[in-house]
Design a protein around this ligand. Structure first.
Ligand SMILES: Nc1ncnc2c1ncn2[C@@H]1O[C@H](COP(=O)(O)OP(=O)(O)OP(=O)(O)O)[C@@H](O)[C@H]1O
Ligand SMILES: [Mg+2]
Length: 333
């Protein structure tokens, strides 16, 4: 049952995003609830990172990219060109995919933001370092070497340091883009545990293509596909009883490690539009209802092949990254 006391924190209205000629997000209207974890799910290339980058206008930093529509946070439209973007970014901490500690000590990483905001008192800064390293679950591991370079930490520790650095400027919203995908399982678990604790005080938006992670963490789910909003709602409903067939297919496709397919075609090394043409030919040779697995490694094939196949009237059941370079697309004729 929907929790009526739930307040919305971010209101997205008719959001569109473009990279030069490419229309990456189409007419997205959705509300993000306050002090909950909202997971943005969907296959590679569907626009998850772009969506997040619109929130804090990081998209402005990409040449030729632009966003239109409204993203209202606390009565302010983030996409309004006349607002103070520095203030908006302070209110939204971003935890990136790969940890990006600043080339300085652990201590200086955490105090970097507060110092910029004018805090100079040593005792106060010491307190900030301890507080946020504790919240990020890193304090015990680093308290004796706060002045050593952040780069000496393990990748998992660096990610928790980035979390502490983001929190130290006291944001209201934490944006995470695949925050555990570069981490080992134990470090990933650490980050997940911290996020679950943090939702008591912060609104968290996490991009993940790990459906299991989304199920562990999310209160709310937003499913994007090829730049469009397919479905959103409370996680319990979206995961157990999705309204949209495409959501069901995505969840199932991601779950079934091996969807039983009738034919397979390996298109690694092929560029677009050949990927598309070969996949089309392979489907032509199958009878209706059969499943074709296509393996591609060309970056745009991940979106172009599914888009083309759907345009041809076939059904894309799953799009899944299987290793660093390869994706597996399962299409039903
Ligand atoms: N700088 C860019 N220039 C041109 N096109 C881009 C750029 N960044 C992203 N795109 C395109 O926009 C679409 C959405 O990309 P985005 O990175 O948002 O997807 P994603 O869902 O985060 O994918 P992944 O799961 O692989 O991270 C893709 O088709 C991508 O190729
Ligand atoms: Mg991404």
């Amino acid at each position: 049952m929907e929790n009526l006391s739930l307040k919305n924190h971010i209101s997205i209205q008719d959001l569109n995003a473009f990279y030069s000629g490419h229309h990456a997000l189409r007419d997205i209207t959705v509300e993000i609830p306050q002090k909950q974890i909202t997971a943005i799910i969907g296959p590679s290339g569907c626009g998850k990172s772009t969506f997040l980058k619109c929130f804090n206008r990081l998209i402005d930093l990409t040449d030729g990219a632009r966003a239109s529509g409204k993203i209202i946070v606390g009565g302010i439209d983030v996409l309004d060109g006349s607002i103070d973007i520095t203030d908006v970014r302070r209110r939204m901490g971003l935890l990136p995919q790969k940890p990006n500690p600043l080339p300085m000590s652990i201590y200086d990483n955490v105090t970097y933001g507060p110092r910029i905001h004018g805090i100079k008192d040593k005792k106060r800064l010491d307190g900030i370092v301890e507080k946020y390293l504790k919240i990020a679950g890193l304090w015990d591991e680093v308290k004796d070497r706060l002045k050593s370079p952040a780069s000496k930490l393990s990748i998992g520790q660096q990610q928790r340091l980035c979390l502490a650095r983001g929190l130290a400027v006291e944001p209201e919203i934490i944006l995470c883009d695949e925050p555990t995908s570069a981490l080992d399982p134990l470090s990933a678990q650490h980050i997940e545990q911290q996020l679950l604790k943090l939702k008591n005080d912060y609104t968290i938006v996490i991009v993940t293509h790990n459906i299991h992670q989304a199920m562990r963490l999310a209160d709310y789910v937003v499913h994007l596909y090829l730049g469009e909003l397919v479905e959103y709602g409370p996680a319990s409903e979206v995961f157990k009883n999705p309204k949209e067939e495409r959501t069901r297919a995505y969840i199932n496709g991601t779950f079934l490690a091996d969807l039983k397919t009738d034919a397979e075609i390996n298109l690694k090394g092929n560029v677009c539009p050949y990927n598309f043409m070969y996949a089309k030919q392979a489907l032509h040779d199958l009878s209706n209802g059969k499943l074709l697995k296509v393996v591609v490694d060309y970056p745009t094939a991940v979106t172009e092949v599914p888009r083309g196949m759907e345009a041809d009237g076939h059904k894309v059941l799953s799009v899944k990254q299987i290793n660093k370079t390869d994706w597996e697309i399962v299409i039903q004729k």
